[in-house]
Design a protein around this ligand. Sequence first.
Ligand SMILES: N[C@@H](CCC(=O)N[C@@H](CS)C(=O)NCC(=O)O)C(=O)O
Length: 220
Amino acid sequence: MTALTLYGTKLSPYVARVLLTVRAKGLDVTLAEPPGGLKSPQYLAINPFGKMPALVDGDASIIESEVICEYLEEKFPQNPILPGDALARARSRTVSRAVDLYVLPALLGLLGQMNPVTRDKPLVDEKLAELRRGMDGLETLLLGPWSAGPTLTLGDCALVPACFFLERFLPAFGKIRALGEHPRMAQVWDVARSDPTVAGLLAEMGDAMDDFLRRRAANG
Ligand SMILES: N[C@@H](CCC(=O)N[C@@H](CS)C(=O)NCC(=O)O)C(=O)O
């Protein structure tokens, strides 16, 4: 097996999705900072969009978090994160896609508006409405106890990191009670937190976030 390197940080929900896939499958992948930064010529040669994550496998680079997860699943069939049945696979992929299209863009838009003093209120209202529509739609897709049935799958690898950010940052905006209004999402979040592999990654993400916020506060 050639060495696998994943470029990115645990503070990105897209990187965390790949890390969850890696851990669930029991793979050996090194996590590294994008060389020279996201927009450096060196990293742009790996990911022309200058975004994290990117996976380097030997001479090849693979980008887009969902594609990376699917690549790892195809290349390393052990501990599958896609169910055997075609319909169940479609359900899992739909959750993954819905998180990307309808939840994360609104959520990430809100993260730039954390400060209540400098906050762009109309933008926040727009993003909250978009997020609520995304979460309401996603809620109807979840089968339980994991997003697409009895085991952790691709959909959970996308949804669980999104839940981490929702739980951590949504209360600052007051209007949506994070997972309190979405019982099926809350169930996935509960089952995920009681799974040792997922809980380990969530703890690391929490530590990385605390560290980031401490450093930001120290630098004014
Ligand atoms: N669709 C991409 C999204 C990746 C993405 O937006 N990553 C963010 C971090 S959360 C990033 O690298 N942002 C830096 C930038 O856009 O300059 C994926 O799934 O990999």
